[in-house]
Write a protein that binds this ligand. Structure first.
Ligand SMILES: Cc1cc2nc3c(=O)[nH]c(=O)nc-3n(C[C@H](O)[C@H](O)[C@H](O)COP(=O)(O)O)c2cc1C
Ligand code: SF4
Length: 459
């Protein structure tokens, strides 16, 4: 049986670990002490690059490479910690913020020192009122103890950290939407390039980094790149002269497992364990039911059928399987789920959350929702499935990996719409033919996972 590998979540349940006093008893701020007193910014940046750390917020971009894009000679520069945690199915950053806020602050301090940043903002999901209070209290403690403010630990390095609550918009988790919101405007994503690392907050170089990504930094600094690369998987050939960062999947990952498992929760495991193993760690499918489908990386990720769950849960393998690790929010669905209803649920969310800037997303998202809505409610028409896929593909195309929108929100709409209606086609067809949902009746063989699979194989 696979075991959890707790690093970020170690000591998570220690009473009052959110306070500086208790955090210090568990090696707290040793990462910062080492970074600021013993290492220069370039050494830290190189160590982070060598560790292979990839962003844990969704895109899986190489953290070291992102830092290298930042022009050193422009000031001021900013760090935005993305604590919006808005992707449905994701609930991992919340526990870092509520239980180990000082670990996050350590990560922020180390990143800012390495990049030459003196101001950091934590953009925190508006609903995390408790988390914001806890984080604000930790920031106050850190100022009092000399870990923040002027001349940190007598090293001459200055850093101010501010928290900023969001107001409930999913799109403010997208890095440029976040920046717009932080500047006081509507959270509407910007065209890229320029990328934030070059021109971000207030027009200055800005590094946007997820909570979990930053929380890894104290451990990487303390234990070294080699320690980090000893966990997870690297698909580069061992003798590769210039390893491809997109094939590196090192470290652990916080996987939030929800839905139809016996023990839903957030589990920290090495990258690269299979989806099947992860479901086992979460106690298996509830009540001995049969597994039907798994969303592997937050609701934006294309769905996996139960025949595909031996895929390793890492960035590279999931991309090869035409889906993504995303934020690591795993939603498990058993045989009682109607896939049309599940897709409708997601599309309702996305239609509500589109910021409306781009025509394909503004019109296509509610259009896709309405098609699925009528299929689900017995009013589906012949040609609806083709229409749904056509509308979705005109927002973003899963086969060509292209999108017609400013931000990749379009992918979040299109990829699930296409993957659900392709992989569970007989179920969508049955809805239209019968004029009702027949999954729960179990009187129609074609909606079972086996028949879906048989259909897929015949294609
Ligand atoms: C619609 C949308 C929502 C997003 N929401 C979040 C979020 O809630 N938290 C997050 O860290 N990243 C989110 N991202 C990804 C960010 O744009 C960005 O890639 C990430 O914060 C970079 O940090 P990382 O490199 O540490 O992952 C979202 C992206 C999109 C397109
Ligand atoms: S893709 Fe959608 S959410 Fe993103 S900028 Fe365009 S309209 Fe807004």
């Amino acid at each position: 049986m696979v075991q959890e590998r707790r690093i970020l979540y170690e000591h998570l349940d220690v009473p009052d670990i959110n306070t500086l006093e208790v955090y210090l008893q568990y090696n707290g701020y040793r990462g910062v002490e080492k970074a600021l007193k013993e290492l220069d910014p370039e050494t830290i940046t190189q160590t982070v690059s060598d560790s292979g750390l990839r962003g844990r917020g969704g895109a899986g971009f190489s953290t070291g490479m992102k830092w290298r894009f930042v022009p050193r000679d422009i000031t001021p520069k900013y760090l935005c910690c993305n604590a919006d945690e808005s992707e449905p199915g994701t609930c991992k950053d919340r526990y870092v913020i509520e239980r180990k806020p000082h670990m996050l602050l350590e990560g922020i301090i180390i990143a800012c020192y390495a990049i030459g940043i003196n101001t950091a903002y934590v953009y925190i999901r508006g609903e995390f009122t408790a988390g914001k209070k806890i984080l604000d209290a930790a920031i106050e403690e850190a100022y009092e103890a000399g870990y923040l403010g002027k001349d940190i630990l007598g090293t001459g390095f200055d850093l101010d950290v501010y928290t900023h609550p969001g107001a409930g918009a999913y799109i403010c988790g997208e890095e440029t939407g976040l920046i717009e919101s932080l500047e006081g405007r509507r959270g509407q994503p910007r065209n890229k390039p320029p990328f934030p690392a070059v021109e971000g907050l207030f027009g200055k170089p800005t590094v946007v980094q997820n909570v979990e990504t930053l929380a890894n930094l104290p451990f990487i600094v303390l234990n070294g790149a080699e320690w980090f690369t000893s966990m997870g998987v690297d698909y580069n050939p061992p003798d590769a002269e210039k390893p491809n960062p997109m094939l590196v999947n090192t470290g652990t990952k916080l996987y939030g497992v929800s839905g139809h498992v016996e023990k839903p929760g957030v589990y920290e495991l090495e990258l690269g364990l299979t989806c099947r193993e992860l479901i086992e760690v979460a106690g298996g499918v509830r009540g001995g039911n049969r597994l039907k489908a798994v969303i592997p990386g937050g609701s934006s990720a294309p769905v996996l059928t139960h025949y595909e769950i031996d895929v390793p849960m890492d960035f590279t393998s999931l991309q090869s399987a035409k889906t993504m690790l995303g934020s690591g929010g795993i939603i498990v669905m058993d045989e009682t789920v109607c896939m049309v209803d599940a897709l409708l649920n997601l599309l309702k969310f996305y239609a509500h959350e589109s910021c409306g800037q781009c025509t394909p997303c503004r019109w296509g998202t509610p259009w896709a929702r309405d098609i699925v809505d009528r299929i689900e409610h017995g009013e589906g028409r012949p040609g609806d499935i083709e229409k749904l896929q056509d509308v979705a593909n005109n927002i973003a195309n899963i086969d060509t990996f292209t999108w017609e929108t400013i931000c990749v929100f379009g992918i979040s709409v299109s990829w699930p719409a296409v993957s659900y209606s392709r992989k569970f086609l007989p179920e969508f067809e049955a809805h239209i033919r019968e004029g009702k949902c027949i999954v729960l009746d179990r009187d129609e063989a074609c909606v079972s996972p086996e028949d879906n699979y048989a259909w897929m194989k015949s294609q």
